[in-house]
Ligand binder design. Structure first.
Ligand code: GTP
Ligand code: MG
Ligand code: ZN
Length: 335
Protein backbone atom coordinates (compact mmCIF):
# COMPACT_ATOMS: atom_id res chain seq x y z
CA UNK A 1 0.00 0.00 0.00
CA UNK A 2 1.09 3.56 -0.58
CA UNK A 3 0.30 6.64 1.42
CA UNK A 4 1.33 10.12 2.49
CA UNK A 5 3.32 10.72 5.68
CA UNK A 6 1.27 13.15 7.73
CA UNK A 7 3.13 13.15 11.03
CA UNK A 8 6.31 11.86 12.59
CA UNK A 9 6.23 11.52 16.34
CA UNK A 10 9.77 10.23 16.54
CA UNK A 11 8.43 6.74 17.18
CA UNK A 12 5.53 6.43 14.79
CA UNK A 13 4.97 7.75 11.33
CA UNK A 14 1.30 8.39 10.71
CA UNK A 15 0.45 7.59 7.11
CA UNK A 16 -2.66 8.55 5.15
CA UNK A 17 -3.31 5.63 2.78
CA UNK A 18 -4.00 6.46 -0.87
CA UNK A 19 -7.64 7.05 -1.57
CA UNK A 20 -8.51 8.07 1.97
CA UNK A 21 -9.48 11.60 2.76
CA UNK A 22 -7.49 13.43 5.37
CA UNK A 23 -9.77 14.99 7.97
CA UNK A 24 -7.18 16.44 10.36
CA UNK A 25 -8.59 14.07 12.92
CA UNK A 26 -5.48 12.43 14.26
CA UNK A 27 -5.66 9.26 16.27
CA UNK A 28 -3.91 8.71 19.54
CA UNK A 29 -2.45 5.26 19.26
CA UNK A 30 -0.55 2.84 21.35
CA UNK A 31 1.66 0.05 20.10
CA UNK A 32 -1.06 -2.57 19.89
CA UNK A 33 -3.73 -0.58 18.15
CA UNK A 34 -4.84 -1.66 14.71
CA UNK A 35 -5.04 0.92 11.96
CA UNK A 36 -8.55 2.32 12.14
CA UNK A 37 -10.75 2.44 9.07
CA UNK A 38 -10.84 5.91 7.60
CA UNK A 39 -7.97 7.09 9.73
CA UNK A 40 -4.24 7.26 9.60
CA UNK A 41 -2.04 4.18 9.78
CA UNK A 42 0.71 4.29 12.39
CA UNK A 43 3.84 2.86 10.77
CA UNK A 44 7.33 2.08 11.81
CA UNK A 45 10.35 2.17 9.56
CA UNK A 46 11.95 -0.95 8.25
CA UNK A 47 15.38 -0.82 6.72
CA UNK A 48 17.84 1.94 6.40
CA UNK A 49 16.96 5.04 4.46
CA UNK A 50 20.01 7.19 4.01
CA UNK A 51 20.11 10.42 2.15
CA UNK A 52 23.23 10.36 -0.02
CA UNK A 53 25.42 9.61 2.96
CA UNK A 54 24.04 12.41 5.12
CA UNK A 55 22.98 11.45 8.59
CA UNK A 56 19.48 12.72 9.16
CA UNK A 57 17.56 12.69 12.40
CA UNK A 58 14.50 11.61 10.42
CA UNK A 59 14.92 9.09 7.61
CA UNK A 60 11.30 9.55 6.60
CA UNK A 61 9.84 13.06 6.41
CA UNK A 62 6.38 14.56 6.52
CA UNK A 63 5.25 14.89 2.91
CA UNK A 64 6.94 11.69 1.80
CA UNK A 65 4.99 9.23 -0.31
CA UNK A 66 5.77 5.82 1.11
CA UNK A 67 5.07 2.19 0.54
CA UNK A 68 4.04 0.21 3.60
CA UNK A 69 3.08 -3.31 4.56
CA UNK A 70 1.04 -4.65 7.43
CA UNK A 71 2.45 -7.84 8.95
CA UNK A 72 0.58 -10.79 10.49
CA UNK A 73 0.62 -9.18 13.91
CA UNK A 74 -1.05 -6.12 12.49
CA UNK A 75 1.95 -3.79 12.64
CA UNK A 76 2.59 -1.53 9.70
CA UNK A 77 6.09 -0.96 8.33
CA UNK A 78 7.33 1.56 5.83
CA UNK A 79 9.59 -0.25 3.40
CA UNK A 80 10.15 2.29 0.65
CA UNK A 81 10.10 6.03 0.06
CA UNK A 82 9.05 7.21 -3.37
CA UNK A 83 11.56 9.56 -4.91
CA UNK A 84 11.14 13.04 -3.44
CA UNK A 85 10.22 15.85 -5.82
CA UNK A 86 12.09 18.19 -3.47
CA UNK A 87 12.63 18.82 0.23
CA UNK A 88 13.91 21.38 2.70
CA UNK A 89 16.76 20.27 4.91
CA UNK A 90 18.78 22.05 7.57
CA UNK A 91 21.65 21.39 9.90
CA UNK A 92 20.81 21.95 13.53
CA UNK A 93 22.52 24.78 15.33
CA UNK A 94 24.72 22.59 17.44
CA UNK A 95 27.99 21.35 16.08
CA UNK A 96 26.81 17.87 15.24
CA UNK A 97 26.69 16.79 11.64
CA UNK A 98 23.09 15.71 11.98
CA UNK A 99 20.66 17.12 9.47
CA UNK A 100 16.91 17.30 9.60
CA UNK A 101 14.50 17.16 6.68
CA UNK A 102 11.76 19.68 7.46
CA UNK A 103 9.36 18.29 4.87
CA UNK A 104 9.29 16.96 1.33
CA UNK A 105 7.30 17.19 -1.91
CA UNK A 106 6.48 20.85 -1.45
CA UNK A 107 4.88 23.40 -3.75
CA UNK A 108 5.68 26.30 -1.47
CA UNK A 109 7.84 27.21 1.52
CA UNK A 110 6.19 29.90 3.63
CA UNK A 111 8.56 31.53 6.08
CA UNK A 112 6.81 33.35 8.91
CA UNK A 113 8.93 36.16 10.32
CA UNK A 114 8.37 38.81 12.97
CA UNK A 115 9.96 42.20 13.60
CA UNK A 116 9.72 41.78 17.37
CA UNK A 117 8.43 39.25 19.92
CA UNK A 118 10.67 37.57 18.70
CA UNK A 119 12.85 39.37 16.15
CA UNK A 120 13.71 37.29 13.07
CA UNK A 121 17.21 38.03 11.78
CA UNK A 122 18.06 38.61 8.14
CA UNK A 123 20.71 35.88 8.45
CA UNK A 124 18.03 33.38 9.33
CA UNK A 125 15.75 34.54 6.51
CA UNK A 126 18.56 34.43 3.95
CA UNK A 127 19.70 30.96 4.95
CA UNK A 128 16.17 29.70 4.64
CA UNK A 129 15.69 31.35 1.25
CA UNK A 130 19.04 30.04 -0.02
CA UNK A 131 18.05 26.51 0.97
CA UNK A 132 14.69 26.89 -0.76
CA UNK A 133 16.53 28.03 -3.90
CA UNK A 134 18.99 25.15 -3.69
CA UNK A 135 16.20 22.58 -3.49
CA UNK A 136 13.94 24.42 -5.93
CA UNK A 137 11.06 25.13 -3.62
CA UNK A 138 9.31 28.45 -4.35
CA UNK A 139 9.48 30.61 -1.21
CA UNK A 140 7.20 33.28 0.17
CA UNK A 141 7.61 35.49 3.26
CA UNK A 142 4.86 36.54 5.64
CA UNK A 143 5.65 39.19 8.23
CA UNK A 144 3.29 38.45 11.09
CA UNK A 145 2.15 40.45 14.15
CA UNK A 146 1.81 43.66 12.13
CA UNK A 147 -0.72 44.75 14.78
CA UNK A 148 2.10 45.08 17.33
CA UNK A 149 4.57 47.22 15.45
CA UNK A 150 5.37 50.87 15.78
CA UNK A 151 8.57 52.89 15.63
CA UNK A 152 11.69 50.90 14.84
CA UNK A 153 9.78 47.58 14.71
CA UNK A 154 7.54 48.94 11.98
CA UNK A 155 10.58 50.30 10.18
CA UNK A 156 12.21 46.86 10.31
CA UNK A 157 9.04 45.21 8.97
CA UNK A 158 8.92 47.68 6.10
CA UNK A 159 12.64 47.29 5.46
CA UNK A 160 12.21 43.50 5.15
CA UNK A 161 9.21 43.95 2.89
CA UNK A 162 11.04 46.23 0.48
CA UNK A 163 14.25 44.23 0.56
CA UNK A 164 12.77 40.84 -0.25
CA UNK A 165 10.26 42.14 -2.78
CA UNK A 166 13.16 43.76 -4.61
CA UNK A 167 15.07 40.48 -4.61
CA UNK A 168 11.98 38.86 -6.10
CA UNK A 169 10.10 37.13 -3.30
CA UNK A 170 6.43 37.74 -2.55
CA UNK A 171 6.12 39.35 0.90
CA UNK A 172 2.84 39.51 2.82
CA UNK A 173 2.29 41.72 5.83
CA UNK A 174 -0.18 39.92 8.06
CA UNK A 175 -1.66 39.81 11.51
CA UNK A 176 -3.10 36.50 12.62
CA UNK A 177 -4.51 38.40 15.59
CA UNK A 178 -6.62 40.90 13.61
CA UNK A 179 -6.93 38.85 10.43
CA UNK A 180 -5.38 41.50 8.21
CA UNK A 181 -3.68 40.15 5.10
CA UNK A 182 -4.84 36.58 5.77
CA UNK A 183 -7.29 36.30 2.85
CA UNK A 184 -4.62 37.37 0.39
CA UNK A 185 -2.18 34.86 1.82
CA UNK A 186 -4.78 32.08 1.82
CA UNK A 187 -5.24 32.49 -1.95
CA UNK A 188 -1.54 31.79 -2.38
CA UNK A 189 -1.88 28.41 -0.68
CA UNK A 190 -4.92 26.95 -2.41
CA UNK A 191 -4.32 23.66 -4.20
CA UNK A 192 -0.73 23.45 -2.99
CA UNK A 193 1.34 21.74 -0.33
CA UNK A 194 2.96 24.41 1.84
CA UNK A 195 5.63 24.18 4.50
CA UNK A 196 5.22 26.65 7.38
CA UNK A 197 8.53 27.47 8.96
CA UNK A 198 10.12 30.11 11.18
CA UNK A 199 11.52 30.83 14.63
CA UNK A 200 9.61 29.66 17.67
CA UNK A 201 6.80 32.03 18.62
CA UNK A 202 6.30 33.81 15.28
CA UNK A 203 2.76 32.46 15.01
CA UNK A 204 2.93 29.42 12.71
CA UNK A 205 0.39 27.39 14.64
CA UNK A 206 -1.76 30.48 15.22
CA UNK A 207 -1.85 31.03 11.44
CA UNK A 208 -2.75 27.39 10.88
CA UNK A 209 -5.62 27.69 13.36
CA UNK A 210 -6.87 30.73 11.51
CA UNK A 211 -6.68 29.03 8.12
CA UNK A 212 -8.25 25.78 9.39
CA UNK A 213 -10.46 26.79 12.31
CA UNK A 214 -11.53 23.30 13.41
CA UNK A 215 -7.97 22.11 13.99
CA UNK A 216 -6.97 24.00 17.11
CA UNK A 217 -3.29 23.21 17.39
CA UNK A 218 -1.50 24.31 20.52
CA UNK A 219 -0.08 27.81 20.65
CA UNK A 220 1.69 29.60 23.48
CA UNK A 221 2.50 33.01 24.86
CA UNK A 222 5.92 34.43 24.20
CA UNK A 223 8.16 34.33 27.26
CA UNK A 224 8.18 37.76 28.91
CA UNK A 225 11.73 37.34 30.08
CA UNK A 226 13.39 36.32 26.83
CA UNK A 227 10.92 37.62 24.27
CA UNK A 228 11.17 34.22 22.64
CA UNK A 229 8.85 31.42 21.68
CA UNK A 230 8.32 28.44 23.94
CA UNK A 231 8.84 25.70 21.35
CA UNK A 232 5.20 24.74 21.61
CA UNK A 233 4.93 22.63 18.46
CA UNK A 234 7.15 19.59 18.87
CA UNK A 235 6.39 17.50 15.78
CA UNK A 236 5.78 18.44 12.18
CA UNK A 237 2.30 17.69 11.01
CA UNK A 238 0.43 17.99 7.75
CA UNK A 239 -3.12 19.38 7.77
CA UNK A 240 -5.69 19.74 5.04
CA UNK A 241 -7.46 23.03 4.42
CA UNK A 242 -11.10 22.51 3.47
CA UNK A 243 -12.20 23.64 0.03
CA UNK A 244 -13.44 27.21 -0.12
CA UNK A 245 -15.69 29.13 -2.49
CA UNK A 246 -12.56 30.08 -4.40
CA UNK A 247 -11.63 26.45 -4.98
CA UNK A 248 -14.82 24.43 -5.49
CA UNK A 249 -13.55 22.19 -8.27
CA UNK A 250 -9.89 21.94 -7.39
CA UNK A 251 -8.27 18.59 -8.04
CA UNK A 252 -5.29 18.91 -5.68
CA UNK A 253 -5.93 19.25 -1.98
CA UNK A 254 -4.56 22.16 0.02
CA UNK A 255 -2.06 20.84 2.52
CA UNK A 256 -0.29 22.91 5.15
CA UNK A 257 2.58 21.53 7.21
CA UNK A 258 3.06 23.07 10.66
CA UNK A 259 6.56 22.56 12.02
CA UNK A 260 8.41 23.15 15.29
CA UNK A 261 10.09 26.55 15.56
CA UNK A 262 13.79 26.57 14.77
CA UNK A 263 16.52 28.78 16.09
CA UNK A 264 19.23 28.70 13.50
CA UNK A 265 19.27 27.51 9.96
CA UNK A 266 22.42 25.64 9.00
CA UNK A 267 22.78 25.05 5.30
CA UNK A 268 23.87 21.68 4.09
CA UNK A 269 25.38 20.14 0.99
CA UNK A 270 26.27 23.51 -0.53
CA UNK A 271 29.32 23.65 -2.75
CA UNK A 272 31.25 26.85 -2.10
CA UNK A 273 31.21 27.69 -5.79
CA UNK A 274 27.44 27.51 -5.97
CA UNK A 275 26.42 29.40 -2.82
CA UNK A 276 26.08 32.60 -4.87
CA UNK A 277 23.58 30.86 -7.15
CA UNK A 278 21.15 30.78 -4.25
CA UNK A 279 21.19 34.57 -3.80
CA UNK A 280 19.28 35.74 -6.84
CA UNK A 281 20.58 39.30 -7.00
CA UNK A 282 24.17 38.28 -6.25
CA UNK A 283 24.03 35.64 -8.96
CA UNK A 284 22.64 38.11 -11.47
CA UNK A 285 25.33 40.66 -10.62
CA UNK A 286 28.18 38.14 -10.76
CA UNK A 287 27.88 38.14 -14.53
CA UNK A 288 29.79 41.42 -14.44
CA UNK A 289 32.67 40.21 -12.26
CA UNK A 290 36.06 40.18 -13.97
CA UNK A 291 36.70 36.53 -13.16
CA UNK A 292 34.26 33.79 -13.98
CA UNK A 293 35.09 31.93 -10.78
CA UNK A 294 34.88 35.04 -8.57
CA UNK A 295 33.86 34.23 -4.99
CA UNK A 296 33.04 37.91 -4.34
CA UNK A 297 35.33 38.00 -1.33
CA UNK A 298 38.66 39.51 -2.37
CA UNK A 299 38.99 39.39 -6.16
CA UNK A 300 39.75 42.53 -8.16
CA UNK A 301 37.02 43.68 -10.51
CA UNK A 302 34.26 42.13 -8.40
CA UNK A 303 30.93 43.61 -9.47
CA UNK A 304 29.14 42.14 -6.47
CA UNK A 305 31.29 43.94 -3.90
CA UNK A 306 30.94 47.14 -5.90
CA UNK A 307 27.15 46.73 -5.86
CA UNK A 308 27.20 46.21 -2.09
CA UNK A 309 29.22 49.41 -1.64
CA UNK A 310 26.69 51.26 -3.80
CA UNK A 311 23.77 49.74 -1.82
CA UNK A 312 22.44 48.11 -4.97
CA UNK A 313 22.80 44.83 -3.15
CA UNK A 314 21.76 44.95 0.51
CA UNK A 315 24.75 44.58 2.84
CA UNK A 316 22.68 42.19 4.98
CA UNK A 317 22.27 39.84 2.03
CA UNK A 318 25.99 39.95 1.27
CA UNK A 319 26.83 39.24 4.92
CA UNK A 320 24.51 36.24 4.88
CA UNK A 321 26.23 35.02 1.74
CA UNK A 322 29.63 35.31 3.46
CA UNK A 323 28.36 33.53 6.57
CA UNK A 324 27.31 30.52 4.50
CA UNK A 325 30.72 30.45 2.81
CA UNK A 326 32.32 30.34 6.27
CA UNK A 327 30.11 27.42 7.30
CA UNK A 328 31.25 25.49 4.28
CA UNK A 329 34.84 26.23 5.32
CA UNK A 330 34.68 24.44 8.62
CA UNK A 331 31.57 22.33 8.13
CA UNK A 332 29.92 23.84 11.16
CA UNK A 333 27.26 26.33 11.82
CA UNK A 334 27.22 28.78 14.67
CA UNK A 335 24.78 31.59 15.13
N1 GTP B 1 -0.09 40.31 18.71
C1 GTP B 1 -0.06 39.21 17.97
N2 GTP B 1 0.25 38.03 18.54
C2 GTP B 1 0.26 36.94 17.75
C3 GTP B 1 -0.02 36.99 16.37
N3 GTP B 1 0.11 35.75 15.86
C4 GTP B 1 0.45 34.95 16.89
N4 GTP B 1 0.55 35.66 18.04
C5 GTP B 1 0.90 35.15 19.37
O1 GTP B 1 2.24 34.67 19.37
C6 GTP B 1 2.38 33.61 20.29
C7 GTP B 1 3.09 32.42 19.67
O2 GTP B 1 2.28 31.87 18.65
P1 GTP B 1 2.40 30.35 18.16
O3 GTP B 1 1.36 30.18 17.08
O4 GTP B 1 2.40 29.40 19.29
O5 GTP B 1 3.86 30.37 17.50
P2 GTP B 1 4.61 29.18 16.72
O6 GTP B 1 5.33 29.85 15.60
O7 GTP B 1 3.69 28.09 16.37
O8 GTP B 1 5.67 28.71 17.83
P3 GTP B 1 6.40 27.25 18.01
O9 GTP B 1 5.35 26.20 17.92
O10 GTP B 1 7.04 27.36 19.34
O11 GTP B 1 7.39 27.16 16.90
C8 GTP B 1 0.97 33.28 20.79
O12 GTP B 1 0.79 33.88 22.06
C9 GTP B 1 0.08 33.94 19.76
O13 GTP B 1 -1.16 34.32 20.30
C10 GTP B 1 -0.35 38.27 15.79
O14 GTP B 1 -0.61 38.43 14.60
N5 GTP B 1 -0.34 39.34 16.65
MG1 MG C 1 3.68 26.08 16.81
ZN1 ZN D 1 32.59 38.91 -7.76
Amino acid sequence: MTGLVVKNTGFWYLVLPDGRKHNNNLLQLDATQQPAEGGLVPCKVKGNFRLKGIRTTNPVAVGDIVNFEINKEGFAFINRIEERRNYIIRKSINLSKQAHILASNLDLALLIVTASHPLTSTTFIDRFLATAEAYRVPAVLAINKMDLYEGTDLEYADFLTRLYRKVGYPVFQISVETGSGIDELRKELIGRTTLLSGNSGVGKSSLLNRLIPDVNTKTAQISDVHDQGMHTTTFSELYVMPQTEESPTLSSPTYIIDTPGIKGFGTIEFEKETVSHYFREIFAMSENCRFGNCTHTHEPGCAVRKAVEDYEIAPSRYESYLSILEDEDDGKYRE
